[in-house]
Design a protein around this ligand. Structure first.
Ligand code: HEM
Length: 183
């Protein structure tokens, strides 16, 4: 179902043009990397505050208020450029095991953000000034650091896909995980 959609997408003139472009694709990818640096850099700085490894003399809510606009800006641009990169090679990305892992880790990272904001962060006025934060806040910080690191590593590995569906035979697990259609 999704494969058919992405096969059709890959045949659209804009997708082909983007895929074959000499300058536009590298420009979009560079913007993706720069904006993900803005996003991940500021998000991870906040995580370091949560884990008690940086900016411990600053109240948590202040760190959040200063960094969040930049984190949001980075996120929006990073997602927009990421979607364009995906659009340039929809089938190759969709069947890429590293891309799939990256998306899964992004969902888990998003879940972590949601749980943090709707959980322990609601009572930030009670604990936000402490250098050593409550266990739940520290755990959210460590989970975030780990998950975003995973997203960056798997994002980088997308380009080196040694599990490509064109390389056969692959193990049954790889073919299943990558969604390869093997005749
Ligand atoms: C909806 C969100 C996103 C989409 C659809 C997306 C999609 C992509 C695609 C298609 C590529 C190109 C892979 C290639 O052909 O070489 C890429 C590269 C990459 N992405 Fe994303 N991405 C997203 C978000 C993120 C996030 C949140 C991070 C990290 C915090 C990230 C990190 C990377 C990295 C490190 C690369 C490799 C850049 C390089 O080759 O130097 N992406 N992304």
């Amino acid at each position: 179902m999704l494969l058919t959609i992405f096969q059709r997408m890959a045949e659209t003139p804009w997708s082909v043009a983007l895929h074959e472009s000499l300058w536009v694709w590298p420009l979009i990818e560079s913007t993706h990397v720069l904006t993900l640096a803005l996003f991940a850099g500021t998000a991870m700085l906040f995580d370091l505050r949560l884990t008690g490894r940086a900016l411990t003399s600053m109240p948590t809510a202040t760190v959040m208020a200063r960094l969040l606009p930049l984190t949001r800006l980075g996120f929006v641009l990073m997602v927009a450029t990421g979607l364009l990169l995906f659009y340039a090679s929809p089938v190759r990305n969709y069947q890429n095991i590293f891309f799939r892992t990256k998306m899964l880790l992004m969902v888990l990272a998003g879940l972590n953000v949601w749980l943090f904001h709707n959980g322990i962060y609601r009572r930030v006025h009670e604990w936000g000034h402490a250098a050593e934060l409550p266990r739940a806040a520290r755990m959210a910080g460590w989970a975030s650091l780990l998950l975003w690191t995973g997203v960056i590593v798997t994002g980088r590995l997308v380009a080196y896909n040694w599990f490509d569906c064109d390389i056969q035979p692959q193990s049954a697990f790889v073919n299943w995980a990558a969604g390869c259609v093997v005749p």
